[in-house]
Write a protein that binds this ligand. Structure first.
Ligand code: NAG
Ligand code: NAG
Ligand code: CU
Length: 170
């Protein structure tokens, strides 16, 4: 029991990031980043966790994505952006817990509903064992998009494969 506990580490997933995260296309599956989707409804259908990622997919000619403060979100004011995206295929990493606010700053679009608030909860990852035998589980459980092997284990596996490759080569 004590030995078991010794190898049981509790790590907040922030640093593990992408290996454990899920990706969500904003507005999908019914819509995208557009003037038709109800983002209050869209966001309420999902629980977002640290390490997840948002994808904004839209026509860069018609729209943009501006991250703003809550006050600017409420007022649909994009003049003091925290971050601006405009490629039409933009990824936003949800690294920390808390609330994030995004609007389209094209005049009239935010007030027509092109605004989304995302509330992010922190995810806890527990790992057992070491090296390539290490296995991690996250709470809540992993989404299908995520891997069940720890990042450190993956790195060691990669190193082992590289060494094996060199040995075979010579
Ligand atoms: C969007 O969905 C929410 C929750 O389902 C609802 O309360 C709200 O009235 C909807 N907004 C619009 C503009 O339809
Ligand atoms: C938007 O916010 C800026 C400050 O960030 C302020 O100067 C400006 O008056 C605001 N515009 C509107 C329409 O509220
Ligand atoms: Cu827009």
């Amino acid at each position: 029991m004590a030995a078991k506990a010794m190898f049981l580490m509790t790590v907040v997933a922030t640093g593990l990031g992408t290996a454990f995260g899920a990706s969500y296309t904003v507005g999908a599956p019914g819509g995208s980043w557009d003037l038709k989707t109800n983002y209050t409804r869209w966001a309420s259908a999902t629980t977002f966790y640290t390490g997840d990622k948002l994808w904004f997919q839209y026509s860069g000619v018609e729209h943009n994505v501006v991250e703003v403060s809550k006050a600017d979100y409420d007022a649909c004011n994009g003049s003091s952006p925290i971050a601006t995206f405009k490629t039409g295929n933009d990824a936003v990493a949800l690294a920390a817990s808390g609330s994030r606010y995004f609007i389209c700053s094209v005049p009239g679009h935010c007030s027509a509903g092109m605004k989304v608030q995302v509330n992010i909860r922190s995810k806890v990852v527990r790992c057992r064992g070491r090296g390539i035998r290490q296995r991690c589980r996250s709470q809540p459980s992993l989404s299908s998009a995520a891997t069940s092997v720890c990042p450190s284990a993956l790195a060691q596996l990669g190193l082992a494969a590289m060494v094996a490759g060199i040995v075979l080569f010579f």
